[in-house]
Design a binder for this molecule. Structure first.
Ligand SMILES: Cc1ncc(COP(=O)(O)O)c(C=O)c1O
Length: 380
């Protein structure tokens, strides 16, 4: 068998893990990722345990978490103790900001084009901080941040990929600049992680928050926060609780073990094992396919979309410069009608701000994109 045939077979095998591919052209991963068969099986296995014995036994519970943490860490080339399980992106951003050694009237710069997740967390939970909202899209992030820095600036909070246009912030130069200036970098990674490779050993961020419900295929309500180990010692140790410590058993609560000295300290209490188990399976799928190959396929499918939209003269609002995310957005004349037409033809995308957002994942095929364009031509 030649290598291209092997590649096609591999793709078919992975595609078959996602039942949604049987009846839909699903190009909506920036909204919600569909569940795979493997994740469903993992959830069913949890339910079997809950039904037959009420809860995992102590050893199995923590062993499952240990394995999941290792797998989540591999996704980011991080260390397991740099991963804390969360429910969603917002919670991760909150844990990050509440733990940084910031004082009253310290200033944080927040990317103005963030999804509301970051905006609400920042605005309502940190009244003591000064916030400066700064436009970063279409700008050189280093030059722009430089312009807004004051001696009181202590942290920058951004979305790595802008949820609507798909513009991706060039993180490496920004992270290096902020590191040199001793300013913390907090990143919402939900629109990148799972589609685009992210290596925390190459790009130095202080925190990266990510919900699991999009490019990681879910389920929603399970996610993680990456906490750069270089900061373990200076974090405030807030948002912690009885399961942020290393219990040896649950038979004796007369002792009080100390908090973990790493990201695990932020897991306050009993975890969502259903969500974590399913998300673990999804991350394993991405790792098994290969993160580089996942990214390559996402970007190639996006390129195919861009070429087709240009040919049909459908205005693309997603910038063309590097780096690229998995999102491509167009501004057609009748967005709602076109959206409904595609929905009625089993093509799933998002209608956002009077534009149409397409977000293919690695298991989508070139043939599906061709089918989409055949439909668009018919519509025209
Ligand atoms: C950039 C971005 N951040 C966060 C979220 C969601 O936040 P959370 O995971 O807290 O629900 C979304 C979309 O739902 C998003 O596009």
């Amino acid at each position: 068998m030649n290598s291209s045939q092997q590649y096609i077979d591999k793709l078919c095998e992975f595609r078959s893990l996602f039942p949604i591919t049987n009846d839909k052209i699903y190009l909506n991963h920036a909204s919600t990722g569909p569940m795979s068969q493997r994740a469903k099986d993992a959830i069913i296995e949890c339910i079997r345990v809950y039904q037959s014995q009420a809860e995992f036994d102590f050893k199995t519970y923590f062993e499952k978490l240990r394995i999941s943490r290792e797998i989540f860490a591999r996704l980011l080339n991080a260390e397991p103790q740099e991963i804390t399980f969360t429910h969603n992106t917002s919670e991760g951003i909150y844990i990050a900001l509440i733990n940084l050694p910031l004082k009253k009237d310290d200033e944080i710069i927040v990317m103005n084009e963030v999804f509301p997740a970051v905006r609400y967390v920042v605005q309502y939970n940190f009244p003591e901080l000064q916030k400066k909202f700064v436009n970063l899209c279409g700008e050189d992030p280093v030059m722009t941040i430089k312009k807004h820095l004051t001696p009181r600036t202590r942290a920058v909070v951004i979305d790595h990929t802008q949820f609507f246009t798909g513009e991706m912030i060039d993180l490496y130069p920004l992270s290096e600049f902020l590191k040199e200036n001793e300013i913390y970098l907090v990143v919402d990674g939900i629109q990148s992680i799972g589609a685009i490779e992210f290596d925390t050993r190459k790009i130095s961020v202080d925190f990266l928050a990510c919900g699991g419900g999009k490019w990681l295929f879910g389920p929603g309500g399970a996610g993680f926060l990456y906490v750069n180990k270089k900061n373990f010692k200076i974090l405030k140790r807030l948002h912690t609780g009885w399961l942020g410590v290393d219990w040896k058993s649950f038979e004796n609560f007369e002792t009080s073990p100390p908090l973990f000295n790493d990201a695990r300290m932020f897991e306050m209490g009993t975890r969502n094992m259903l969500g974590i188990s399913a998300l673990t399976e999804h991350i394993k799928i991405l790792l098994d396919f290969g993160l580089k190959d996942v990214e390559k396929r996402v970007l190639n499918l996006k390129k195919q979309l861009r070429i087709g939209f240009n040919e049909l003269k459908l205005p693309v609002i997603t910038p063309e410069n590097e780096p690229q995310s998995g999102i491509i957005t167009i501004k057609p004349e009748n967005p709602r009608q076109l959206y409904e037409y595609l929905c009625n033809n089993n093509v799933v995308i998002s209608l956002r701000n009077n534009c149409l957002r397409f977000s293919p994942h690695f298991y989508n095929t070139e043939e599906e994109i061709e089918t989409l364009f055949a439909l668009l031509k018919k519509y025209n």
